[in-house]
Design a protein around this ligand. Structure first.
Ligand code: BMA
Length: 359
């Protein structure tokens, strides 16, 4: 090697080191999480549960507890959390925000994946997400009359997300899932009260504000429609753009209730196709059957749709909703008649709980 080539080699090594250092720790954490989801896609499907460590049937805030673990002996691989009522001490479902931060760190330390939803209050009435009174989404956008009201909420969300650190003080990567179920009309950002154009602006502003102004680089962003679409075009009607979305989701309860498993399959195939085209992750961001009224729902319904085709098998994870009490739950408790069915579901080789996904 002559002197010139040694000089060039040293320069190349130095510039590689510098560009590595320029990468934010949060960005590295988020890209590692994305890679993990890419790697799992097509091979296994991670199972998740909302509020799993916070409470379950007959218990609340007991360290180490989990309804998934009570029945299967293992924690879920994905842990869902909720930011509704941010600014208060406890969230919309009675979980203290300070505790959620601790649960997220615990789930992360265990090797789990955290995802965060946000049932944002109506910024104009200060009532909940389902309150459609006087809502005017265009007035929340930058430069408009109610922008400040909305930004105050977003600042609280940003402060919460900025606090998510592991034991070494490094940012914990999370999948943030704002403005979900936008094709229904039950939330103020839904079809009846928000135009497609305003929805996209609201979504883009949210992500750009968190990533650019608040410098939160540890976020993967999920776009999660309800089942109000039947084609690729309809799915993408409110899609805010490739630069602000990482995970293409689906929230679907209605098709199971109506016994239309074929429709769940079609919708999962649509998100799987779009994810493949765009290089994104496909996920079943919310699924479930409230109170498990459908017999052996986990093996006869959920497993069937997940395994239906090569495309549905590309889903990276499926998350079921929370176990509030015996009138509102999605994971069977130990004495529930479907506990064994749930065990059969998680024992399927395709389904991964925390223990398997960590490996
Ligand atoms: C809904 C229900 C509500 C809850 C809300 C936000 O689906 O579970 O009880 O408050 O989600 O988590």
């Amino acid at each position: 090697m002559n002197r010139l080539s040694i000089f060039i080699a040293v320069l190349m090594i130095l510039s590689a080191c510098t560009s590595q250092r320029l990468k934010d720790d949060g960005e590295i954490a988020a890209s590692e999480l994305k890679q993990l989801l890419v790697d799992v896609s097509g091979k296994h499907i991670l199972f998740g549960h909302q509020d799993d460590l916070a409470y379950g049937i007959g218990w609340k805030s007991v360290e180490g507890e989990s309804d998934v673990k009570r029945v299967t002996g293992k924690y879920p691989a994905v842990f869902g959390w909720e930011l509704g009522n941010i600014g208060d001490a406890v969230n919309i479902d009675g979980v203290p925000f300070d505790s959620i931060k601790i649960f997220i760190a615990r789930a992360h330390n265990l090797g789990g994946i955290n995802t965060i939803s946000w049932h944002a209050s109506n910024p104009i009435t200060n009532l909940d997400s389902w309150n459609l009174t006087r809502i005017d989404v265009s007035s929340l956008l930058p430069g408009e009359t109610n922008h400040k009201l909305f930004k105050n909420q977003l600042d609280l969300v940003a402060a919460f997300l900025a606090d998510l650190k592991d034991e070494n003080g490094n940012p914990i990567p999370v999948i943030f899932r704002p403005w979900h179920e936008m094709y229904g009309s039950w939330f103020w950002w839904g079809r009846s009260t928000c135009s497609d154009a305003d929805y996209k602006k609201l979504f883009r502003f949210t992500v750009e504000y968190l990533r650019n102004d608040k410098k939160l680089k540890n976020l993967l962003i999920a776009f999660a429609p309800d089942n109000g679409f039947s084609t690729k075009e309809e799915y993408l009607q409110r899609y805010p753009g490739d630069d602000v979305v990482d995970v293409l989701g689906l929230d679907d309860y209605g098709d199971f209730e109506q016994k239309r498993l074929d429709n769940v399959v079609v919708r999962l195939e649509i998100i799987s196709d779009i994810a493949k085209e765009k290089g994104k992750i496909a996920a079943f961001t919310e699924a479930g059957n409230d109170k498990l009224e459908i017999e052996n729902w986990y093996t006869t319904n959920l497993l069937q749709v997940l395994k239906a085709t090569e495309k549905t098998r590309n889903i990276a994870y499926v998350m079921v909703w929370r176990n509030s009490d015996t009138t509102h739950f999605f994971v069977p408790y130990e004495t529930h008649p479907q506990a064994n069915d749930f065990k059969d579901f998680v024992n399927d080789k395709m389904i991964f709980l925390l223990e398997e996904s960590r490996k």
